[in-house]
Design a protein around this ligand. Structure first.
Ligand code: 9MR
Length: 473
């Protein structure tokens, strides 16, 4: 009986806070509510993109997932995630036969909790090869075995959970010839076809991509890629798609960008913009940011105009985390959020290109959304917090499952009005008998207590696997 009594006491405490003006008071700086986040009032990128059946993705830096602001934006705005580094060869198999799953598993859990697709990056690449592989003196037979084992182990672990994989990455020189990589040196050009065959065997449901940079317009390099893809398809090699990294420079978006996507699509393959950023000389200024916004919108529009283009992924979302300044000194500001995680004009460029409306201010279910969820931290102290989640469903429910992510290290210690389980950062809350049935337009709620008082942005709550609009249910 004692735990029940304690829970009841917490509910009452939460209820008092929720109904009191204190929840919205500026003095309560430690409290988080969805209304405090300015962009929670806007349509999100993922909602806007989904209206045309496209995904909007971001690269995820594993070490940033524990940051609540980063985590919140990644969950709320994007419907697809790519590991920026965590699924590369050196990260996943640093020694022969030793596989590191912690970081890629974390990404998979994050995606699952937020109803996101995962884009796998990357299996066979000249870069970020571990020393044992780069420097090993392997015969062709051994090298082929090593490649096949890596592909079958990594793809096998996530079989059925990763929609698309970059099987071969950056295979070309700028003149359209094949790069003289370790793979090419030991195995010759057949390494590409062999990698695709191994990948199809490892996960027959994943779409298999070849991916490269500077292939964004029609040029010698993209011609090389085009000829290869055409030939592989003619030979029956299982290749399903082409990724266009699109690491672009402000004011240098190729004028034939869309035509280039289209010519590949006409080969019968899917096309994806896989690593979009648009860098500029820093510091930025209003005029440059405005042009950048238009150019992000043009890329999105090109994808919208090519029916076989399934989505656009930005290579990180905040300038704070971008690879650009470290690689191109004096350049940066390449992404849709600034160093402080505030949306830049480019954010609105992407949003409006997908048909969204900045500042729309409609907190109710958006087009296609089945639910609105209010995630409110009702009370927070140094070693704990109490959260209430209220979900309004558009359609009648007979049983429900709500999922969302907590920051890494935060654990639920008790809950009420739900049967709740936690696996890593993923929380799954199911109905109990008394709140299983919800009429159309009705609201259910549940609450829980955690072991942490860390401040974080409200996560995206999914109802029966579909992300809800953030709002005030
Ligand atoms: O953004 C990635 C950066 O953190 C890594 O240090 C770098 C190492 O090669 O890779 C960056 O991502 C690259 C991607 O995997 C492939 N296309 C080019 C990207 C930018 O360099």
């Amino acid at each position: 009986m004692f735990p029940l009594m304690r829970r009841a006491a917490v509910v009452i405490a939460a209820g008092v806070l929720l109904s009191g003006a204190a929840l919205h008071g500026g003095a309560q700086a430690s409290q988080t509510s969805v209304e405090e986040s300015p962009s929670a009032q806007l349509a999100t990128l993922r909602e806007a993109a989904s209206t045309s059946g496209k995904f909007i993705g971001t690269a995820i830096a594993d070490h940033r997932l524990s940051d609540a602001t980063y985590n919140g934006i990644a969950a709320r705005e994007f419907s697809s995630v790519t590991a920026e580094n965590a699924m590369k060869w050196d990260a996943i198999q640093p020694q022969r036969g030793t596989f590191n799953w912690a970081a890629p598993d974390r990404l998979m859990q994050f995606a699952q909790a937020n109803s996101q697709q995962v884009y796998g990056h990357t299996l066979v690449w000249h870069s970020q090869m571990p020393g044992w592989l780069q420097n090993g003196n392997f015969s062709g037979t051994e090298m082929n075995q090593i490649m096949n084992t890596h592909i079958s182990t990594v793809m096998g672990r996530y079989r059925g959970q990763i929609n698309r994989w970059d099987v071969v990455n950056e295979a070309f020189n700028e003149d359209g010839s094949l790069r003289n990589s370790k793979w090419y040196q030991v195995l010759g050009r057949d390494y590409i076809a062999n990698a695709f065959r191994a990948a199809r065997a490892a996960d027959p449901n994943a779409k298999l991509f070849i991916n490269d940079y500077n292939t964004d317009g029609i040029n010698a390099k993209s011609n090389g890629m085009y000829n290869l893809v055409r030939d592989l398809r003619a030979q029956g090699v299982p290749i399903d798609g082409v990724g266009f990294q699109s690491h672009l420079i402000l004011d240098q978006l190729p004028s034939d960008y869309q035509a280039n996507l289209q010519r590949f699509a006409d080969l019968g393959v899917e096309v994806v913009v896989t690593e979009l950023d648009i860098r500029m000389r820093t510091p930025s200024d209003a005029a440059k940011l405005q042009r950048q916004s238009q150019q992000f919108a043009q890329v999105v529009q090109a994808c919208l105009n090519v029916s076989r283009c399934s989505g656009v992924t930005v290579w990180g979302f905040s300038d704070r985390d971008s690879w650009v300044p470290g690689t191109f000194p004096g350049e940066g500001a390449a992404l849709p959020y600034d160093d402080n995680y505030q949306p830049k004009p480019a954010y609105n460029g992407i949003l409006t290109a997908f048909g969204g409306s900045p500042g729309g201010g409609d907190p109710g279910p958006g087009p296609g959304a089945d639910c609105t969820a209010a995630y409110q931290v009702a009370n927070r102290w140094n070693a704990g917090s109490v959260v209430e989640v209220r979900v309004t469903a558009r359609q009648a429910l007979n049983g429900w499952t709500a999922t969302f992510a907590l920051p890494a290290g935060e654990s639920v210690t008790s809950s009420w009005n739900t049967q709740l389980t936690q696996s890593g950062t993923t929380v799954t809350a199911r109905n109990v008998a008394h709140n299983a049935t919800v009429p159309a337009g009705g609201t259910f709620s549940f609450g829980f207590q955690t072991n942490s008082g860390a401040v974080y942005s409200a996560p995206v709550v999914s109802l029966n696997g579909t992300a809800c609009t953030a709002g005030t249910a």
